[in-house]
Design a protein around this ligand. Sequence first.
Ligand code: FES
Ligand SMILES: [Fe+2]
Length: 356
Amino acid sequence: MFLQDHWYVAAMRSEVGSTPLRRVILGRPVVLYRTPDGAAAALEDRCIHRQVPLSMGTVEADGTLQCLYHGIKFNRAGKCTFIPEQTRIPQSAQIKSYVVAEHAEWLWLWTGDPARADPSLIPAYPWFTQPGWKARTGYLHVKCSYKFIVDNLLNMAHLPYVHPRTIGSDGVIKDAKVSVTRKGNDVRLARKMYDIEPPPTYKKAGGFEGNVNRWQTIDFMGPSSFEFHTGVIEVGHEPPLPGIDQPRSNARILDRHSMHSMTPETETSTNYFVGFTYDPKACSEDLADFIFDQTFATFKEDVVILEAQQTNMDMMPGEKPLDIVSDAAGLQALKVIEELELAQEARRGSTYYTAS
Ligand code: FES
Ligand SMILES: [Fe+2]
């Protein structure tokens, strides 16, 4: 089952231009493109004639998307506007169009009933819209359910084992003060670790020699978006609160504000978007590149584990997993998803639900 009535990241804005881009979202092919005036559009990636992907076609000067095969054209609303060798356009010559919105670094797609596409429901990601700040963004295709990634991002016990070369160290699990809170569809995992050895990435990026205080505040926004606030600060100083309006510490500090957002491709594969934002006045371009490269390398280590997990789960679908203490936040998030799925099922049985 896919949760339909949500905003999902379809692409990084920089990926979408006049060359059509195909992406499979919630099990359906979608073509993303920009019309000559720069506006983004999203249609079902399927010509009404012989089902050829429209992403193989071209965006015309008049803003229509023309099929590569026999030349049929569609406007951004999915309505056919031209059929070669005939003047009559049948009423049924219409493909599905999606509501899109551009926010921060991403192009968002509403997959449910267009009447309920409220842009205020898009994750705000305020750190990514601060004037003067910059961002690094990336995309990973992962052959596992998005739920495994949600579970992964909320259980930090994997850091010393999967990421010892970057963000993992023993201190991250030995002495952490942990809290898990839920509010509506949001779950916060807050962890603070005092007087621990910094992990390799922080040592290299921040030049920390001795021990540090470290924090991880991870905000899950159901069903599949995250905001991460993480960093290290000199021993003797309290980790900062995650809010964007908090005063900056004068202590030696390396703090990071990043996002993760998962868009299901199929039940067992995921479009995984990541990004982090930085203030160029406090972080050089070289340092931003270094942090992003380390971060991306870290995610690729997770992908190896997650895909192996999916392979095993496919082979043994009936096996019940054992939950451990460090699963607490992940279990809360999966409960949010389960509740959203049940609510959607209930709506399907009611009269107002019209999503496909
Ligand atoms: S398949 Fe698109 S025009 Fe024929
Ligand atoms: Fe990880």
